[in-house]
Ligand binder design. Structure first.
Ligand SMILES: NC(=O)CC[C@H](N)C(=O)O
Length: 149
């Protein structure tokens, strides 16, 4: 799991602790990885100007371009029931200064969108959501992720 938080801080820690190579190695061996919110930012392969400017080191495990704060500032946080591709009924998604993918490559399976913003996606063993599944009492996302194992 790469959780939500602050992607610049998490990326600095990953670099400082020498974790980038081990994470990439595990991912290539097929270890399932689930990134939520800031985790979704870090798993992208490229970023908007804001990400480039901050010189954030991305893991690049999902072929996608990320906008770090695609829904505005912290006070613009919201929740909404939306359909996700792998669920038969809508899921309550909680967005906190959330990112979104603005472009995705062919290998990426889009699992959820809000207008033109990709907010859930999968590339092989890597799953990302822009929202926070830990804040709702609904395990369906984790059940889906467990199928990767
Ligand atoms: N809730 C979150 O994880 C916010 C992520 C934040 N937008 C970032 O770039 O790090």
């Amino acid at each position: 799991m790469i959780p939500g938080g602050e992607s610049t801080t998490i990326s600095r820690l990953i670099t400082q602790k020498g974790l980038k190579e081990p994470i990439l190695k595990k991912a290539k061996q097929g270890t399932p990885i689930f990134g939520t919110c800031a985790g979704m930012v870090l798993l992208a392969s490229s970023g908007s100007e804001e990400v480039e400017k901050a010189n954030q080191s991305l893991l690049g495990l999902i072929d996608a371009k990320v906008n770090r704060n695609a829904f505005g500032r912290q006070r613009n946080s919201f929740h909404i029931n939306i359909p996700l591709k792998f669920l038969d009924k809508p899921y309550k998604t909680v967005f906190i200064r959330a990112p979104a993918y603005t472009e995705v490559g062919e290998k990426v399976d889009i699992l959820g969108k809000i207008s033109d913003k990709v907010i859930a996606a999968r590339q092989k063993n890597i799953l990302v959501t822009a929202f926070h599944p830990e804040l709702v009492d609904d395990n369906r996302i984790y059940n889906y992720f467990l199928e990767f194992i």
